[in-house]
Design a protein around this ligand. Structure first.
Ligand SMILES: NC(=O)c1ccc[n+]([C@@H]2O[C@H](COP(=O)([O-])OP(=O)(O)OC[C@H]3O[C@@H](n4cnc5c(N)ncnc54)[C@H](O)[C@@H]3O)[C@@H](O)[C@H]2O)c1
Ligand SMILES: [Fe+2]
Length: 395
């Protein structure tokens, strides 16, 4: 027995017009959660124009921050409790959407609820006071579909990977208008976040027949279209990658990710490396280790590689899994993706200075238990040392 969870999803060009459709959007008072950059970029104006046309009153909270620190979330929750909306609209990347999810949960739960204690085993009443509409402006996190709320404990740098199905937005609006002009560094970093979501979940302990199919579809689209989205900013390619990121979100949201994200979250928490770069750099190293040590991963990598067309049906599993890894590394080259920690400004010295903390953060990561191999402090250290200057995993 397993579960599959999803918000209602409206996708494609002009999907945003549906904000005015009372068949989908019922509400009279909206809190728009976003960040200051998206206000400057006038993306918020696109949303407020539709709210005005639909006679929905609104207020804007633009205090969401990257890798959302707890104080910014509490500030948003206070604003929400004062304003008392019946609609919360998250407009932004994963950081904004996670901030809005936490605000929604704090608004709907009893006074004093500790958001850091959020876990899958408690029942929460979201949807009673307000609906949450998530509108992604990056093509990567899939947060508009998932039950994950990723916040940062600003005191310890630990990224809190909180999960509860009450955090799944009511509606996701996936309209490429918000990513048509996404900067290059956000295009390749968030694209590789989505790739990591797919590759980690197909070999993770919780993968299932629903998540597998969605991961293959998302990977096929991203391998085909990410280069043109990145190199040419081609609108059709942008749209394909935007949908793929949401499909990848549905996939990993119902199966979870593991070691590359645990490593990436530690890098993000300590050095504020953008999430997609942090997990995307770790991904090929984790794949190399799994290919050497986990026959189950070799099999699913081979099957996935054949399904998405980067290996041939006649290839033996080992050969197909190796082609899959090479396809990931080749795509990184095509989209000028960093491939080692020094590319992210993290030298061996910096790594050594923070090693104890990194290992601690990685081993504390909730996602680690879904990794298909045992993860020890020694293993993490060896992988990080290979990641510093791009050494092949040979242990
Ligand atoms: N909840 C989940 O399921 C989930 C999944 C994966 C990642 N995450 C989390 O999401 C966060 C990363 O989110 P992200 O990668 O989307 O980036 P982000 O939300 O942190 O945004 C990064 C920067 O890009 C800017 N930005 C966003 N859209 C833009 C656009 N279209 N044009 C120009 N600038 C734009 C933002 O204003 C911000 O300054 C991390 O905290 C990560 O842990 C959550
Ligand atoms: Fe991610």
């Amino acid at each position: 027995m397993w579960f599959f969870n999803s918000p209602k999803i409206i996708f494609g060009r002009e999907a945003i017009d549906q904000l005015e459709n009372p068949l989908y959007v019922t509400g009279t008072k909206a809190l728009v959660v976003t960040d200051k950059d998206l206000v400057k970029l006038k993306m918020v104006d696109i949303v407020t124009t539709h709210l005005k046309a639909a006679n929905i009153e609104y207020s804007i909270f633009d205090g969401a921050l990257p890798d959302p620190p707890l104080p910014s979330v509490m500030e948003g929750a206070e604003a929400c409790k004062k304003y008392k909306p019946d609609l919360i609209i998250a407009l932004g990347g994963g950081s904004v959407i996670d901030t809005a999810k936490a605000i929604w949960i704090l608004y709907e739960s009893e006074e004093g609820f500790d958001i850091t204690g959020l876990n899958p085993f408690i029942t929460l009443p979201t949807g009673t006071k307000a609906k949450l509409i998530a509108i992604p402006t990056t093509s990567g996190t899939g947060a508009e579909t998932t039950s994950a709320v990723v916040l940062t404990d600003d005191k310890t740098s630990l990224k809190l990977e909180l999960l509860n199905k009450a955090a799944i937005p009511t509606i996701a609006i996936v309209d490429p208008i918000f990513v048509d002009k996404m900067p290059k560094k956000l295009t390749n970093s968030t694209g590789f976040d989505a790739i990591s979501h797919c590759i980690e979940n197909v070999c993770g302990k919780w993968h299932n027949i629903y998540s597998d199919g969605l991961a293959s579809t998302a990977l096929r689209l991203i391998f085909k279209y990410l280069p043109d989205a990145y190199l040419k900013s081609d609108p059709d390619a942008r749209e394909a990658v935007h949908n793929a990121a949401t499909i990848a979100g549905l996939s990993f949201g119902n199966a979870q990710v593991h070691l590359a994200h645990s490593i990436g979250h530690a890098l993000g928490g300590v050095f504020h490396v953008p999430h997609g770069f942090a997990v995307g750099v770790a991904l090929p190293y984790v794949m190399q280790y799994l290919i050497l040590h986990d026959p189950g991963s070799v099999k699913v990598f081979a099957d996935t590689a054949k399904t998405i067309g980067v290996a041939e049906w006649k290839d033996a599993d080992n050969a197909a899994a190796a082609k899959f890894l090479k396809a990931v590394q080749d795509l990184q080259k095509k989209v000028e993706f960093p491939t080692k920690l020094t590319d992210l400004g993290i030298t061996k010295q910096k790594l050594d200075d923070n090693m104890a903390k990194y290992i601690d953060l990685i081993l504390q990561s909730g996602a680690i238990s879904i990794t298909p191999v045992d993860v020890t402090a020694d293993l993490v250290k060896k992988i990080l040392y290979c990641m510093v200057d791009g050494k092949k995993i040979d242990f």
